[in-house]
Design a protein around this ligand. Structure first.
Ligand code: GLA
Length: 635
């Protein structure tokens, strides 16, 4: 009888093995040390880093896969945790359970009969990828037929299915049900409303100092008395009528629901100009995005003078825009004319990240100038501030934000303040005292994906800070990068996103569940129907904008599933069941886990369709990297 042949995993071409950090190593750990798991040394094998994925082509005649898996001793940190998965033809064959640093290797011995595609996955076991040095030690494949070879993952073919039905021709008022404004600041609100135009708007209980334009639905004026105003908004056309409660809270807090809008960074970079900003405002109306609540039109970096292009400021010390922005006030007026709001960016350092004039030592002047021009939103970075900060204590980290926040409180406009310092000093713990939202991570556009696209890592990290989010104060996981976006590494021209349709559904669902600012940063001039379907589902957005202002909690997180639950004002719960695996999987949420019991109505939010009543749990077959996004209501 002939003996089967064997091939060591390390003899395969490892260039197609993805790795969350570094590059997969032959016979060494990811940091190029000998392969050692809890003191057991292995001469052969592959060292990689979570998240890692590797595909091997078999021919149905392979027999056995054997390996010792675990965290390499060189990880050197007890936060390290990896979970290994093995799939055959998209079916799970084995998983290791969570492997921690210094735990003895897990042995696997798997029958490969009939399998044609073998997939080896090392995940971060639902935690951060830091220190997750993952070893496939002594891994071998025994085979009878063709020699196994490494293969690139199959290109994923997914049809871009629009799940959401088009809005009815009758009016449908969207947008937040609560809205904060400072006493004495200009008030501007365009009622977001779908339906066939012309629509006639009307209101009930609108404070006398506010005026409604009945045709455009734009409310403007000024409220000087602090307090709560419960208004009813109405919209009518030849097909019907819609109404919505709208509470205007005149007080200290802005952004009572997460800001929604568009930002220029990931599509225009240093090519941004007044012309594209105006065009973006036009498109926000023209595409219908504004009818779902998108309202901020925000310039990112690169509107000021570049370092080397002095003068940077005028004789009064006011910051000078560059030649791409000849008329900042005119631009803000133009945006306001559409009932939308204008935003801009600067940095507390002498220079911005792009090397343009920052606000250092001109904070008061700049705050006043921004307000005078008419800007309603300020993103405040950190770049180059490190060189003048004097230290890295918590007080040093907070100082520039306290300073600018203080200046913004003195101007007679409402300026939503967005901190962009990437999470330093656990900003989620104090961001709400000096701002309205704060970036919790590095730039999403620079985040390297491995097994999953980069936005997942950002979401996993942002999701852990749920307890700090509340009305007026939001965790910001960065922008929604879908449609046409430019590669942030080279400030590239726009290209169609490589995210699959299901990944895009997951992205928008996660952001809504996390009560994140919904700021799109792709090309407003190239909004295709699928991208708009992702951005503009009124029920999905309503989860984000819910008046209670809670961020979803993580109910479950493993290497293959991620489940978020958000409490909503009406007592219902929004649940996202995210499938992290590269193949369809059945995901379940039980009433027990949710702390509820009895009959519950389950609604599919993407399809805007009731799924029926369920007594104990809800289970869904979820596509590769996709989501079941549901709302659960007691019945
Ligand atoms: C930083 C920010 C980005 C963008 C750039 C502009 O990297 O995190 O969002 O504003 O600066 O230079």
């Amino acid at each position: 009888m002939l003996h089967a042949a064997t091939v060591s995993l390390d003899d395969l071409d490892l260039s197609t093995m993805t790795s969350g950090w570094g590059k997969a190593q032959k016979n060494l750990s990811i940091t190029q040390k000998p392969l050692v798991i809890a003191g057991h040394k292995f001469d052969r094998g592959v060292g990689t880093h979570a998240d890692s994925d590797f595909f091997v082509q078999l021919d149905g005649k392979a027999k056995l896969f054997t390996a010792n898996v675990g965290v390499d001793d060189a990880a050197g940190n007890d936060q390290a945790a990896v979970e290994f998965f093995i799939y055959g033809d998209n079916r799970e064959l084995w998983h290791s359970g969570v492997c921690k640093w210094k735990q003895p290797p897990h042995q696997c011995r798997i029958d490969l009969k009939g399998i044609e595609s073998l997939e080896l996955v090392a995940t971060a076991a639902g935690g951060s990828v830091s220190y997750d040095h993952a070893d496939w030690a002594g891994a071998m494949i025994e085979f009878d037929g063709k020699t196994p070879v490494a293969k690139a993952p199959e290109p994923v073919k997914e049809e871009a299915v629009i799940l959401t039905p088009p809005p009815p021709t009758a009016p449908g008022i969207n947008g937040p049900k609560i809205y904060g404004v400072h006493p004495g600041s200009p008030f501007l609100y365009r009622i977001p409303c779908t339906g066939e135009r012309p629509i006639t708007f009307s209101t009930e209980n609108l404070p006398a100092d506010l005026i409604l334009d009945r045709e455009s639905g734009i409310i403007s004026g000024k409220l000087s008395v602090a307090g709560t105003n419960d208004v009813i908004l109405r919209a009518r056309n030849s097909h019907g009528e819609s109404q919505r409660n709208f509470r205007i809270v005149v007080g200290n807090t802005l952004a009572l629901t997460p800001p929604m809008g568009w930002n220029s960074w990931y599509i225009h970079y240093n090519r941004v100009s007044q012309a594209v900003m105006r065009q973006a405002a036009d498109q926000m109306i023209g595409s219908g995005m504004a009818d779902y609540g998108y309202q901020y039109v925000n310039i990112d970096d690169c509107w000021m003078k570049k370092r080397g292009d002095a003068p940077y400021r005028d004789a009064d010390g006011a910051v000078l825009p560059n030649w791409n922005f000849p008329d900042m006030k005119g631009l803000a007026d133009y945006i306001h004319g559409k009932g939308l709001k204008a935003g801009l960016y600067t940095s507390p350092g002498p220079w911005t990240c792009g090397g343009y004039t920052g606000a250092w030592q001109h904070e008061a002047t700049d705050a006043r100038k921004f307000a005078e021009w008419g800007f309603d939103f300020l993103k405040y970075d950190w770049c180059s501030y490190g060189s003048v900060a004097g230290g890295h204590t918590l007080a040093d980290l907070q100082k520039p934000y306290q300073l600018m926040w203080g200046e913004l409180q003195k101007v007679d406009r409402d300026v939503v303040f967005n901190l962009c310092q990437y999470g330093m000093g656990d900003v989620w713990k104090w961001g709400g005292t000096v701002g309205n939202c704060w970036r919790t991570t590095g730039d999403l556009g620079l985040e390297r994906g491995s097994r999953l696209p980069g936005f997942y890592n950002i979401a996993f990290s942002n999701a852990r800070h749920d307890e700090y989010a509340h009305p007026g104060a939001w965790n910001d996981p960065d922008y929604i990068l879908i449609g046409w976006v430019g590669d942030a590494h080279g400030m590239g021209e726009g290209k169609k996103t490589t995210l699959t349709p299901n990944e895009q559904y997951s992205y928008m669902s996660m952001w809504s569940l996390m009560a994140a600012p919904l700021i799109f940063s792709g090309d407003m001039a190239k909004l295709d129907p699928f991208t708009l379907n992702i951005l503009c589902n009124s029920e999905v957005i309503a989860v984000d904008q819910d008046t209670l202002g809670r961020q979803a909690k993580i109910l479950r997180q493993t290497g293959t599933e991620f489940v978020l639950v958000k409490e909503l004002e009406d007592g219902s719960k929004a649940v996202g069941l995210f499938n992290l695996a590269a193949h369809p999987a059945k995901l379940t949420v039980s009433w027990n886990d949710l702390g509820i019991s009895g009959k519950q109505m389950v609604r599919d939010l993407w399809r805007q369709k009731d799924l029926g009543k369920f007594r104990k749990e809800y289970a869904a077959e979820v596509p590769r990297h996709g989501v079941a996004f549901i709302k659960i209501m007691a019945k």
